[in-house]
Design a protein around this ligand. Structure first.
Ligand code: NDP
Ligand code: 2IT
Length: 450
């Protein structure tokens, strides 16, 4: 069908230089072809043309002063992509690589991910090109306050509910919430990922990583396999990676790698989780510090990776958990993983595999869980936080974790049943894209042209 090319050409012409957004859009649109052929209503209502266009894009200036009093200017973004299923929901990313195309790709993915959770949440994303690395606590606070001094007028517990993403964790959510409360004069569940002292949900911190491992578990169960006793490789060393590693241990697997943007750790005895948490959550230092306490582990800087590859994916494993960032796993990495016997890839990060790598996983029919399905546990648990805030109750860790596991199971069942319905049962890329899209599209049709 020519419409995929037409829409992609239209996007390239009207929103130039947004490579990550075209990549995300193209993958979804390609997957939708069997659905579009079977149900002409989506074309009649121009759902594709409408869904690729954000409902609202907010771009703003953020000025702040560093500890020396010097003035800095950053770009702020909040892209409110689609509200057919509920208030806009999605994280904020603070990283120097952030631009409109990155936020649009993340917001676009979020629409379908949020739909897959089965909960009432629309899709949005935001952030800034601010670089939190090396900043003092006071600088982080001043930046978050400056960022919120504009964002507060656009968000609210029933309109748009941001959360964390790369560079935004519990500390940043605290400063953002404090400023929102002051400016809006309202104490409400306007952000998720809050502290347990003031409205946060137990298990939200753990949810994305735990969810990605649950997703792998359900994919493997269907194939008569388990993670028990299996070597697993994980990239990144932030929120998603740490709790992926924690859940892997709980299920009896052996996570042997982690990484940051400077290099990777290979610890064949298993990553020392307590040490990793101390380095990354408490001390906030670089990963090369790990070998000071674990001399038997091996640290390889990025310059030591084989050219054009990510070193993490060269370590033989049974299952891989990309948990750092977009396009961190390319075709060569995918081939290496398969050649070394990897049969499962569950994406904690958003769009970590390049399109060529995705094709290799799908063609080889491995248990491949694309990000919008496998990492949906984070946003799902954010919605559980919203539910608790709205009803002024608090659930136990076990209650939230059990709901998370059930949601991940439902997502897997829905994606695989939809893949089977459209003739390719192991293709969870198609299954997740069609299942996520179909619900949003039907809601848009029912709600009229708004
Ligand atoms: P964190 O900021 O906690 O950690 C990010 C990790 O990824 C760090 O180890 C970081 O290394 C590494 N990283 C980031 N950017 C790059 C890059 N350009 N190149 C190499 N390494 C990089 O973020 P999260 O763990 O929250 O997020 C990780 C991924 O998971 C992202 O794709 C995010 O969108 C996705 N995600 C997060 C959810 C959440 O609830 N937090 C929910 C669903 C998906 P360094 O410190 O060197 O930058
Ligand atoms: O990509 C994501 O799903 C997130 N960063 C979490 C979003 C959320 O609202 O919890």
């Amino acid at each position: 069908m020519g419409y995929v090319r037409e829409v992609c050409d239209y996007l390239a012409r009207t929103s130039p230089a947004q490579a990550e957004f075209y990549q995300a859009a193209q993958e979804v649109l390609m997957s939708l072809r069997p659905l579009m052929e079977k149900y002409p209503k989506y074309q009649e209502h121009k759902i594709i043309e409408r869904i690729v266009e954000p409902e609202r894009q907010i771009l703003f200036r953020v000025n702040w002063t560093d500890d020396k009093g010097e003035i800095h200017i950053n770009k702020g973004y909040r892209i409110e992509f689609n509200s057919a299923l509920g208030p806009y929901k999605g994280g904020l990313r603070f990283h120097p690589s952030v631009n409109a195309g990155v936020i649009k790709f993340l917001g676009f993915e979020q629409i379908f991910k949020n739909s897959l959770t089965g909960l009432q949440i629309g899709g949005g994303k935001g952030g800034s090109d601010f670089d939190p690395k090396g900043k003092s606590d006071n600088e982080i606070m001043r930046f978050c306050q400056a960022f919120m001094s504009e964002l507060y007028r656009h968000i609210g517990a029933t309109t748009d509910v941001p959360a964390g993403d790369i560079g935004v964790g519990g500390r940043e959510i605290g400063y953002l919430f404090g400023m929102y409360k002051k400016l809006a004069n309202s104490y409400e569940g306007v952000l998720t990922g809050k502290s347990l002292l003031w409205g946060g949900s137990l298990a939200r911190t753990e949810a994305t990583g735990y969810g990605a491992v649950y997703f792998a578990k359900y994919m493997l169960e269907d194939r008569g396999e388990t993670l028990k006793g299996k070597r697993c490789v994980v990239s990144g060393s932030g929120n998603v990676s740490i709790y992926t590693i924690e859940k892997l241990y709980q299920l009896g697997a052996l996570p042997i790698t982690c990484s940051d943007s400077n290099g990777m750790i290979y610890d064949e005895d298993g990553i020392d989780l307590a040490l990793l948490k101390e380095l990354k959550e408490t001390k906030r230092v670089r990963l090369n510090e790990y070998t000071k306490s674990r001399p038997n582990a091996k640290y390889t800087p990025v310059s030591g990776y084989k050219e054009g590859t990510n070193g993490v994916w060269s370590i033989p494993c049974f299952a891989a958990f990309p948990s750092a960032t977009q396009n961190e796993l390319n075709a060569q990495d995918a081939k290496t993983l398969l050649a070394n016997g990897c049969i499962c890839v569950s994406e904690g990060a958003n769009m970590p595999s390049t399109p060529e790598a995705v094709d290799i996983f799908v063609e080889n029919k491995i248990a491949y869980g694309p990000g919008k399905a496998a990492n949906a546990g984070g946003v799902a648990t954010s919605q559980l936080e919203m539910q608790q805030n709205a009803s002024m109750t608090n659930w136990t860790f076990e209650e939230v974790d059990a709901k998370l596991a059930q949601i991940m199971k439902n997502i897997y069942t829905n994606a695989s049943a939809t893949a089977a319905e459209f003739g390719d049962p192991t293709n969870l890329v198609m299954g997740a894209n069609i299942a996520g899209f179909r619900k949003v599209a039907d809601a848009m049709i029912e709600q009229g042209l708004v």
